[in-house]
Write a protein that binds this ligand. Structure first.
Ligand code: B1M
Length: 211
């Protein structure tokens, strides 16, 4: 078994300390942080996701796998985030109201910080009002919303509408993403940008901020 397969398997078993150890070892062996993330951690999480869907595992197993994922990501963070650079723009980020999934959002944050953007992370279960208030308070360039549930993605429309109603529409762009979100959904709610993964979200955010 390759070290990346081992990371994926350990993540599925929720063995956070071992995941941390092997992620560090993989980096030492010269495997790129991107490969460790995608072929180790995310691959394990996606297998757990399938099993969750098929009722082969339940919420507790998914939670401990998620904890192992976060432990592995912590080790990768210094390699994915460049340090000590002046902020190129400000993003207010959160998972929308009613939704508690934060792993994807945390990856988006990390990648955006890696591009030199300042990210104000509002956490999970964030109301449209809170997004707008924070955008005003921090003079944000972007509001970035994540949703993982088909039942919560509609909250993004609320955000777009509240942004328009607040008069921030000219200065703040709304970015949306998360597994059930699509380009056509983005267009249908009048959001400015959709991206399918954290790396593309950070590329687009940087373009929005620096042109
Ligand atoms: Co939940 N869950 N979950 N869950 N969970 C899903 C999303 C689900 C697809 C599982 C399934 O049935 N196959 C399903 C949703 C079905 C649907 O709506 N169609 C589901 C469900 C039903 C639920 C509950 C309702 C289960 C229940 O209680 N009966 C419940 C809801 C709780 C709530 O939020 N109110 C629930 C709970 C949970 C846990 C708490 C156990 C846990 C979350 C732990 C945590 O986040 N701290 C959990 C998990 C872990 C999952 C799965 C297994 C994995 C999600 C994940 O973290 N993926 C998920 C199944 C799956 O996705 N395969 C599932 C890894 C992560 C890196 O991917 O977040 O998609 P993702 O992020 C990606 C992209 O989407 C993108 O970038 C990332 C990759 O680079 N991205 C953006 C994300 N945000 C972005 C924003 C952007 C741009 C890109 O711009 C702003």
């Amino acid at each position: 078994m390759s070290i990346l397969e081992e990371i994926s398997t350990l993540l599925q078993q929720g063995r956070a300390p071992k995941v941390k150890e092997l992620v560090a070892q993989a980096i030492e062996e010269g495997i790129s942080p991107k490969e460790v993330l995608e072929e180790g951690l995310l691959s394990g999480m996606s297998i757990i996701g399938e099993k969750f869907k098929n009722n082969e595992v339940y919420v507790p197993e998914v939670l401990i796998a998620a904890r192992a994922m976060n432990a592995g990501v912590e080790i990768l963070k210094p390699y994915l985030v460049s340090q000590g650079i002046e902020a190129k723009g400000l993003v207010v980020l959160g998972t929308v109201k009613g939704d508690l999934h934060d792993i994807g959002k945390n990856l988006v944050k990390m990648m955006m910080e890696g591009k030199g953007l300042k990210v104000v992370d509002l956490g999970v279960d964030v109301s449209a009002e809170s997004f707008v208030e924070a955008a005003k308070e921090y003079n944000a360039d972007i509001i970035a919303c994540s949703a993982l549930l088909t039942t919560t993605m509609g909250e993004m429309k609320e955000v777009v509408e509240k942004v328009k109603a607040s008069g921030l529409g000219n200065s703040v762009k709304v970015m949306v993403g998360g597994a059930p979100v699509t380009q056509s959904f983005c267009e249908s709610i009048g959001a400015d940008y959709y991206t399918s993964d954290a790396a593309s979200a950070s590329d687009v955010a940087l373009k929005v901020c620096v042109g």
